[in-house]
Design a protein around this ligand. Structure first.
Ligand code: SAH
Length: 428
């Protein structure tokens, strides 16, 4: 049988939310009745969102899907400045939980029809009266569309549906919510009827987009006192995504970039000294020739008599030689020049070669400060150059920057699995 909707209807509902997020840029979003977490898996890629929460009464369903919300390995290897905390709770939308107050957006996609009418009233009080988010998106089946659904043999689209509203019934509930709790609503939907029938039957899924009155001019709602400070939901999953705003992560990423570029420059200098360098490399090559033009500058960093980078290394090595390090027998011992022949790579060179290093550190002196406190990097005595072992040339020259974010590739994987799991009855 030909699918009735393309894209699939559940996908159109989720896309409706994603488009809203793109336009309105909410920072804190909660999806009520999150089920298999498929909407959350899409939302997590929207950089404006910093706190993403899912709630469902069915904890088993959430647990089965929650690991799909873990950060991807690329996000650990190449973290961005984006901050994101994801939390999943088991709980009922008919009960209050103070952790869900003050959100920018609450979504309730194909949830309310699973509640009794008495519970819909509780849902309204909890969501609009207690959580008081800036915006709420509610979607629910439009009963008037049902005669157009092929193969629908029962009255409702799913055996667990307690009701399915006509457009008038949905409008009347939505208007009452607005009056009771101070919201305004726009009624719309997704899943177009065949041509000529749209006006008569409306959308397959009807959607109400609610905005809290006064929220635009910044007036905030006052929460009631501590008596309302309840936590009735059970936390099932919580994860903080790696972010460059975390100083430890920033240090780690910066260090690996610095070491990678230092090795790259070292091997090129050495190849130049020994006349072995061929010109097939990209990236650092332009940077390197600039370096040659700037030999004078390096001399002022490391010593007036220095003429080439390799000589400069010898000087750096002899500075290093003065240091005392613990010996294997626990006693201090002098490091010999032959053991620690180093190449000295000025921070200024690293700074000009790698945009990532300059962006991450902000300024050259900041870069120096960040590296000085890091035991994994050896600096020259004045702290303005990184010392790299001369001998150790096994490091990969390429690859400082070759890991690309593949968020959307992963997202389409998740979306694909969601598509496979959905059946017609459950997700129309
Ligand atoms: N929003 C999801 C799933 C819709 S199916 C989607 O768009 O794909 C409805 C979901 O609501 C189910 O996962 C069900 O477990 C959940 N649900 C039903 N009653 C609930 C309640 N009282 N509180 C929270 N979630 C509930």
């Amino acid at each position: 049988m030909e699918p009735l909707f393309s894209p699939a209807l559940y996908r159109q509902r989720h896309q409706f939310v994603i488009d809203f997020v793109k336009r309105n840029k909410p920072r804190k979003v909660v999806d009520l009745g999150c089920g298999e977490c498929s909407l959350l898996k899409w939302l997590r890629f929207h950089r404006e969102i910093e706190h993403l929460v899912g709630v469902d009464v069915n904890g088993t369903r959430v647990k089965k899907n929650m690991l799909g919300l873990a950060p991807l390995s690329a996000e650990y290897l190449q973290p961005s400045y984006h901050q994101l905390c994801v939390e999943l709770y088991q709980g009922s939308v008919t009960q209050k939980d103070a952790r869900l107050r003050g959100f920018d957006l609450v979504t309730s996609i194909e949830l309310i029809e699973h509640l009794t009418l008495a519970d819909v009233q509780r849902f309204s009080e909890v969501v609009f009266g207690y959580m008081t988010p800036v915006a709420v998106i509610v979607s629910t089946p439009n009963f008037e569309f049902n005669p157009l659904l092929p193969g629908l043999i029962s009255r409702f689209r799913h055996s667990d549906h307690k009701f399915e509203w006509t457009r008038a019934e949905f409008r009347s509930w939505a208007q009452k919510v607005c009056l009771d709790f101070g919201y305004e609503v726009e009624l719309t939907g997704v899943g177009q009827a065949p041509s000529g029938q749209q006006e008569r039957v409306g959308f397959c899924s009807q959607i109400g987009v609610f905005h809290r009155l006064g929220a635009k001019d910044g007036s905030n709602v006052l929460f009631a006192d501590d008596a309302d400070d309840v936590s009735s939901y059970t936390l099932l999953y919580s994860v903080n995504y790696p972010s460059l705003r975390d100083n430890n992560i920033l240090q780690r990423v910066l260090l690996s970039e610095v070491l990678c570029w230092a090795e790259k420059l070292k091997s090129r200098w050495i190849q130049e000294e020994t006349g072995e360098r061929d010109d097939k490399e990209g990236g650092g090559a332009a940077c390197l020739s600039q370096q040659h033009r700037e030999t004078e500058k390096r001399q002022t960093v490391c010593g007036a008599e220095m003429k080439s980078p390799v000589e400069q290394c010898w000087r750096a090595a002899s500075e290093y030689e003065q240091e005392e390090v613990p010996g294997t027998n626990g006693q201090e011992q002098k490091v010999s020049a032959t053991q620690h022949r180093c190449v000295s790579v000025p921070l200024a060179e690293l700074w000009s070669c790698s945009p990532k290093i300059s962006t991450l550190s902000g300024s050259l002196s900041n870069l120096r400060c960040l590296l000085m406190n890091n035991p994994r990097v050896k600096l020259s005595q004045d702290g303005w150059a990184v010392l790299v072992d001369y001998q150790d040339q096994d490091h990969e020259e390429e690859g400082c920057d070759d890991l690309e974010h593949s968020d959307y590739a992963q997202a389409s994987h998740f979306s694909h699995s969601a598509e496979l799991e959905d059946d017609w009855e459950a997700d129309v």
